[in-house]
Design a binder for this molecule. Structure first.
Ligand code: 4AZ
Length: 265
């Protein structure tokens, strides 16, 4: 996650991490993701750009908090199937959404517990998405981006920090669409949400490694809803360039269709 996130042991039981499987080098962290039902996880389509959609190449970790310690409820599972939105476009990052089916019989893939449970999907036609509201992003992504250091001979270099070892969270306001259109032009579409902090002193943002993970907003009754999927942005923590999120409310029918369709191997 971006700059200046607070290290706070919150409970985000739907938070999942997606790893590239490697026996020789150890699994490699790729993306965040969100559990939406006992058998289904939502993430970003672009997470599969480099290594493809063969499910045997990936593992999912549920109930995790500290990536290098064995947490009480942590579990590593294999996806059975990866469904990438047919209209996903690599260059524009349009339709940046994918579903992962966990192994097991329908409704029985993973048992819920205090650290593993699903997030609600937004109700169709919800209005609170439109006005700026405080929402939360979570992830194990990098915590510093674009820190310039002067190397010997006066050259500059980018320093990319490491992934966070603990799950980080940050409050980010939803922004009106024009704030992203102004910066990104037509690349920002109605299937995306704009969110982030525009203050120089509060540079909170998602970043590399957080992608695919949740942007949740609290609805009435305090229920958290998966409002966005962390997708893209120009750098991280730059108040001029807010983060861009896949707008989950536009994909409710797609999600429903994929999940309810009987599947044969
Ligand atoms: C990334 O590289 C990435 N600040 C994710 C989110 C944002 C930028 C980059 C938004 O995965």
């Amino acid at each position: 996650s971006g700059l200046c996130l607070c290290d706070f042991r919150g409970e985000w039981p739907w938070q999942v991490s997606l790893w590239l499987r490697s026996q020789s080098k150890g699994n490699h962290p790729l993306c965040g993701a969100s559990l939406i039902s006992p058998c289904w996880v939502v993430t970003a389509a672009h997470c599969f750009k480099r290594f493809g959609r063969d499910p045997t190449r990936y593992v999912l970790r549920l109930g995790d908090y500290h990536t290098e310690e064995q947490d009480d409820f942590e579990r590593t599972l294999s996806p059975e199937r990866i469904v990438i939105h047919r209209k996903y476009h690599t260059q524009s990052r349009e339709y940046d959404i994918a579903l992962l089916r966990l192994k097991g019989t329908e409704g029985n893939c993973v048992a819920f517990n205090p650290h593993t449970g699903p997030v609600c999907l937004p109700e169709p036609g919800n209005k609170w998405e439109k006005r700026p509201a405080a929402c939360v992003i979570t992830g194990w992504g990098i915590t510093a981006f674009n820190m310039y250091v002067i190397l010997s001979k006066g050259r500059f270099d980018n320093i990319y920090s490491e992934y966070s070892r603990t799950l980080l969270q940050a409050w980010v306001p939803l922004l009106p669409a024009w704030k992203c259109k102004k910066r990104y032009g037509d690349r920002f579409t109605s299937r995306m949400l704009c969110a982030g902090s525009l203050s120089e002193h509060h540079r909170v943002d998602s970043c590399q490694g957080d992608s695919g993970g949740p942007l949740v907003c609290q609805g009435e009754e305090g229920r958290w809803m998966l409002t966005g999927v962390i997708s893209w942005g120009h750098g991280c923590g730059n108040p001029l360039f807010p983060g861009v999120y896949t707008r989950v409310s536009r994909f409710l029918r797609w999600i429903d269709k994929v999940i309810s369709k009987p599947y044969k191997n």
